[in-house]
Design a protein around this ligand. Structure first.
Ligand SMILES: [Zn+2]
Length: 308
């Protein structure tokens, strides 16, 4: 379980860690993808730190005392939302004792509010059932169009916080938008030959990516998002994959490979460890290299397996 410092220790740490007033807007983001988008728009007017690392499961991040310190001195918190961070973030926000970043405050930006959300639940789904996607799929940043929408929301928020820099943020956003459009054209072209390719993924991390790049996700190693594989579900999955001739099984870097490897042995599919976040591999240093890396990996695997 997570260890939290007592109020007294925290107070002591704060005394020594307190930083002098700084002109830059101090931004804390929950995941590295949001940090890189904030840097794109904020340039040298922001100081950005992410809490979770890109190789960690963003649903289940081990909270560290340092997270509370970061939140304590933040002007702005940018989070994924849709309950992605609900298992670890709310107590940290509370313990930060920073009024600016409390939910609903001016320094609290839920990046999911202006993006395209897939897999909105139709019935009554609660976390009590173990489903970690009760408010729609929170892995929305894996479509470049959503990355652009997040960047626009960050531009608007930073401009509201620092109106004198509005033109600066607008021009940085426009530049990002142009580079992203050019890169997305390239990614679309690389993936175009494989439209309709059937894949299986471990967790439901990829619906936006699949929609954007024409993949069809036909099954999951997890019976429900956040629920570990079960023998009966795995048998069904193997049958589905054999029936549909699925050759690629995408696994996020933070999941145990035992079940995927067993599925692969039984189906002849290839297990492909594909990072869904910036920082998931050392080459993935920003939003652009995230798609460069993943699409490169995927295209190589498609060619290798003759999946298409
Ligand atoms: Zn998830």
């Amino acid at each position: 379980m997570t260890r939290m410092p007592t109020i007294a220790t925290l107070g002591l740490i704060l005394l020594v860690a307190v930083t002098p007033l700084h002109a830059a807007i101090r931004v804390v983001t929950t995941i590295e993808d949001l940090a890189t988008l904030t840097r794109e728009v904020g340039g040298d007017k922001v100081e950005v730190e992410a809490l979770a690392r890109g190789y960690q499961d963003p649903h289940f991040v081990e909270a560290k005392p340092s997270f509370i310190l970061k939140l304590h001195s933040a002007d702005l918190l940018v989070l994924v939302g849709r309950d992605l961070e609900i298992g670890w973030l709310p107590p940290l926000i509370q313990q930060s004792r920073n009024k600016k970043v409390q939910e609903g405050a001016a320094g609290y930006l839920d990046a999911s509010l202006t993006v395209r959300i897939l897999e909105m639940p139709t019935g009554q789904i609660t976390r009590a059932m173990g489903d970690v996607h009760p408010l729609g799929n929170p892995h929305y940043w894996l479509d470049p169009d959503n990355g652009r929408r997040v960047a626009a929301a960050i531009r608007d928020k930073l401009s509201a916080m620092s109106p004198d820099d509005t033109a600066y943020f607008a021009s940085r956003y426009d530049d990002f938008d142009k580079r992203l459009a050019a890169a997305a054209k390239r990614w679309d072209a690389l993936m175009a030959p494989y439209k309709g390719l059937k894949v299986v993924t471990y967790h439901r991390s990829w619906p936006n990516f699949a929609e954007r790049f024409g993949l069809e996700v036909v099954g999951y190693v997890e019976p429900r998002p956040g629920i570990p594989p079960s023998p009966s579900h795995t048998l069904e999955l193997i049958a589905t994959m054999k029936q549909l001739g699925v050759k690629i099984l995408l696994v996020e870097p933070y999941f145990d490979l035992k079940t995927p490897q067993s599925v692969a042995r039984n189906t002849g599919a290839k297990v492909l460890v594909m990072p869904p976040s910036v920082g998931g591999e050392k080459e993935i240093t920003d939003y652009f290299t995230l798609f460069d890396y993943d699409i490169g990996l995927l295209v190589a695997a498609i060619k290798e397996t003759g999946a298409h």
